[in-house]
Design a protein around this ligand. Structure first.
Ligand SMILES: NC(=O)c1ccc[n+]([C@@H]2O[C@H](COP(=O)([O-])OP(=O)(O)OC[C@H]3O[C@@H](n4cnc5c(N)ncnc54)[C@H](O)[C@@H]3O)[C@@H](O)[C@H]2O)c1
Length: 323
């Protein structure tokens, strides 16, 4: 059953990074619920095709701009009720290759967005953090207050965002909530980039009858999270009470799947019998992720409705049509 969210009529959202994977899925849900949405994106990794279907929608507005410029962020927050801040440069390997740009976009850009949200007095700003902040913390499941040392510049940028959020809540009472996403997947996730995620890589290779590469022995594991669960978490976080301001919450399904199992599931759903190629491990990779999601359940009534199997089925239907 579709979720319904009790926002006032004509509520306006700003989705930064709305031309990206998670952002464009958020935009789709906001419009389907009858609310207004503005997208702020510089198309660094986002794509026109992700938002093409919304361009003529009367409740949709596109604002091209870069969050590294404070004036852009101030203008984008004008007249907005809620901000869903997704814009960032993702990927640990990308940040290892070019730490400065990841730092500029993810930290300076987020600082600009927090200041703009404060100045324009938005009702809430919800931002995307990441399971990468758990770093070398070995205990599973991962709980919000127990993090290790970050293993990549990307993870550091996500940790710094969280620190700024807490600090801005304490100093300025900024109504801010951080969501630590765990390996999100779903329609519109990029398959082309050098930094594409594991599910799109497997799907693209297998659809083309090629053998995908697995980094390491394939026994590392992830808490793969279908994007519709992430969309629900964002909208519920907007509606959360004041007591949640300044907090960060794990957003995942709450189950572990090894990369080998993931591969078998995808190959099975696509009807392919191709052996993957095993390669050396990647630096900056966490070995396992598995979220304790009880805090999000308790504080924002988060109820993930799609497990990995259901999410993969929907995702593969989409890739088969659009890839
Ligand atoms: N996809 C995942 O598995 C995952 C996991 C953890 C956290 N996250 C976080 O979720 C958010 C969304 O990720 P995604 O997978 O949709 O990535 P994405 O690359 O598809 O989307 C990011 C969007 O931000 C835009 N952007 C980048 N730099 C910008 C800038 N300087 N100014 C304005 N816009 C800019 C890009 O053009 C793109 O549209 C990111 O913050 C990411 O770090 C994602």
């Amino acid at each position: 059953m579709a979720d319904c969210y009790a926002f006032p009529e004509k509520t306006k959202f700003l989705v930064t990074g709305g031309a990206g994977f998670v952002g464009s899925n958020l935009v789709e849900e906001i419009l389907s619920q009858g609310y207004q949405v503005r997208v702020l994106d510089n198309f660094a990794t986002g794509k026109e095709e992700n938002i093409r279907q919304f361009i003529d929608h009367p409740n949709f507005e596109l604002f091209r701009g870069d969050i590294r410029f404070s004036r852009v962020c101030q203008q984008a927050c004008e007249g907005v009720d809620y901000v869903l801040h997704q814009a960032a440069l993702g990927s640990a390997p990308r940040s290892i290759k070019d730490p400065r740009t990841s730092n500029d976009v993810n930290i300076t850009g987020t600082l600009n967005m927090f200041i703009a949200a404060r100045d324009k007095k938005v009702r809430k700003i919800v931002f995307a953090s990441s399971s990468s902040v758990y770093g070398d913390e070995p205990n599973l499941p991962q709980i919000e207050d127990r993090v290790g040392t970050p293993l990549s510049p990307y993870a550091i940028t996500k940790k710094v965002k969280e620190l700024y959020a807490r600090n801005f809540y304490q100093l300025y009472q900024l109504p801010v909530i951080g969501l630590r996403y765990f390996n999100v997947f779903g329609k519109k996730q990029d398959t082309q980039s050098d930094y594409a995620a594991v599910i799109p890589i497997f799907v693209k290779k297998l659809i083309n009858d090629e053998a995908p590469q697995i980094n390491g022995d394939g026994y590392h594991s992830r808490d793969f999270t279908y994007v519709r669960n992430v969309v629900q978490a964002n909208l519920k976080a907007c509606l959360a009470g004041e007591e949640v301001n300044g907090e960060v919450l794990n957003i995942a399904y709450g189950e572990q799947t090894t990369i080998r199992d993931l591969y078998d599931k995808i190959a099975g759903l696509l009807g392919k019998d191709i052996e993957p190629i095993y390669c050396s491990e990647r630096p900056g990779d966490i070995k396992h992720t598995n979220a304790d999601i009880s805090k999000a359940k308790r504080l924002i009534n988060y109820k993930p409705q799609f497990d990995i199997n259901r999410g993969l089925q929907e995702t593969l239907e989409w890739y088969k049509e659009f890839l």
